[in-house]
Design a protein around this ligand. Structure first.
Ligand code: PEP
Length: 249
């Protein structure tokens, strides 16, 4: 099955009005790409980015959302608010949210449900720590993180989702998984999904994330089960990010 590649830039807690202007300016000058290009700015910049990309092919993602719908949750942002800013994707379960902000599998699953209820596309981030990899638990961890979501939204909902396999040891460390390592895990994730639904497993886009750079991305994108990339640090450099998008085709 042909799956469109997605190249998504997770800007994390970086950027300013000025830097965003030049970053998006660079992306808009890029020639058409057959991949879907997505950017995920911090909440205060959703409006600015939405205005800059409006009418074009670059899509907008939020980096997080509350699982509560509204009310006395100081500092939180609801799904309905995201709807006012043209958001298509919402990153959920990023390892920084899991490890620094205590987001459990259950919280992530309930956020996925909220995001789906509002018609956005969850980009579910999963992945193992170095200790888990070294003790042979990579697949157990990925499957547990996915199963928690299946238990809440059902397997069919994964047709409306993307998965980002992001080994924690590769995020922001410069230590990217090799293309073959990524392929092996992506294939196993697809096989795990296939136990619940073969057709869903073939449709869901599985992105790789973890120190992706232009120089490593072509090998990555040649892998049959790698359907794109979630890019952190390198997405803050327009030239580098555009080179990754070009490598995806
Ligand atoms: C990320 O934060 O999702 C990520 C993959 O970061 P980096 O590319 O910097 O490792």
């Amino acid at each position: 099955m042909i799956r469109q590649k997605i190249v998504a830039g997770n800007w994390k807690m970086n950027g300013s009005k000025e830097s965003i202007l030049s970053l998006i300016g660079g992306l808009l000058e890029m020639d058409g790409s057959s991949s879907e290009v997505v950017v995920a700015p911090s909440f205060p910049y959703l409006s600015q980015v939405n205005d800059l990309i409006s009418g074009g092919s670059v899509m907008l993602a939020a980096q997080n959302v509350s699982h509560e719908l509204k009310g006395a949750y100081t500092g939180e942002v609801s799904a309905s608010m995201l709807g006012d800013f043209g958001v298509k994707y919402v990153l959920l379960g990023h390892s920084e949210r899991r490890s620094l902000y205590g987001e459990t599998d259950d919280i992530v699953a309930s956020k996925v449900k909220t995001v789906l209820d509002f018609g956005f596309v969850p980009m579910l981030c999963i992945g193992e720590t170095l200790v888990e990899r070294e003790s042979g638990k990579t697949l157990d961890v990925c499957e547990r993180q996915i199963q928690a979501v299946i238990d809440v939204v059902g397997i069919a909902a994964f047709e409306q989702m993307a998965i980002a396999y992001e080994p924690v040891w590769a995020i922001g460390t410069g230590l990217s998984a090799s293309a073959e390592q990524a392929q092996e895990i992506h294939q196993s994730i697809r096989a795990f999904l296939a136990k619940s639904s073969e057709s869903v497993s073939q449709k869901v886009q599985i992105l790789y994330g973890g120190s992706v750079k232009a120089s490593t991305s072509s090998a990555l994108f040649k892998m049959p089960d790698v359907d794109g990339a979630l890019v952190g640090g390198a997405s803050l450099d327009a030239k580098e990010f555009i080179a990754i998008v070009k490598a995806a085709g």
